[in-house]
Design a protein around this ligand. Sequence first.
Ligand SMILES: NC(=O)c1ccc[n+]([C@@H]2O[C@H](COP(=O)([O-])OP(=O)(O)OC[C@H]3O[C@@H](n4cnc5c(N)ncnc54)[C@H](O)[C@@H]3O)[C@@H](O)[C@H]2O)c1
Length: 259
Amino acid sequence: MAGKLAGRVAVITGGARGQGEATARVFAAEGAKVVVADVLEDEGRALTRDIGAAAMFVPLDVSNAASWEALAKMATAKWGAPGILVNNAGVVHAVSILELSQDDFERVLRINLIGAWLGIKTLAPGMLAAGKGAIVNIASSSGLWGMNGLTAYSASKWGLRSLTKTAAMELGFRGIRVNAVFPGGINTKMGNITNEAVTELNKHYQRQPIQRIGEPEEVALTSLFLVSDDASYLCGAEIAVDGGQTIGVYTDFLPGAPG
Ligand SMILES: NC(=O)c1ccc[n+]([C@@H]2O[C@H](COP(=O)([O-])OP(=O)(O)OC[C@H]3O[C@@H](n4cnc5c(N)ncnc54)[C@H](O)[C@@H]3O)[C@@H](O)[C@H]2O)c1
């Protein structure tokens, strides 16, 4: 099949729903073989059935090294060593800093941050052997500035920034490009917990330049760009897909702010 990712094998963590699902669909449409990896087996298998022969589901808990080893074996046996990894799996935990428990802090870091590192540690050797690879870490706008109520989540996403840059430095000169995407509010189960209608949701986004919530496909297309050869000179880059949420805070008493 022709396409920007023809002949490539891509692993997408948290691929069963939301932005991961959108990424799996976009990558498959561009010719990739897609490994949908998630703790959500039913959703993941339903998605891969829908995509067809270009997709396989592999159960994965990103925070577990043995789970990663099993994924690498299964994917490699079917299609060869994966050359693309999107570290997309994540969990959010909203609670004030003084209410946060150590268990919850560690759980969020294990999944969002250590999980991404385990993915790189497990799959980068195969990419090094092939002499080519592309990794995208899905961070968050809360990894670009502070956000009340998101101590653990925000720390995990700031951690992903440094993981991205360190990995890009160590692996870039050996053929693997590592970059990061920082989504703002995106219309998924995580970004729309109460399942509000988009018109209602958009009311929360009137203080950013693009005054609406983002759609999962808008993030997926950015990841597509980063893993494709179109981004051949991007290494350690940070792309905010956040409608301008983090570029500044409007000052009402100066000209140019939305009414
Ligand atoms: N939705 C937003 O507003 C938003 C904003 C910024 C960043 N993000 C980030 O985007 C990524 C995708 O989130 P989403 O919006 O699609 O949310 P989502 O909750 O719909 O999807 C997250 C996926 O990760 C999976 N997952 C959770 N723990 C896992 C584990 N231990 N192992 C494997 N898979 C696991 C879930 O099962 C789920 O399929 C996350 O990293 C999230 O932090 C989301």
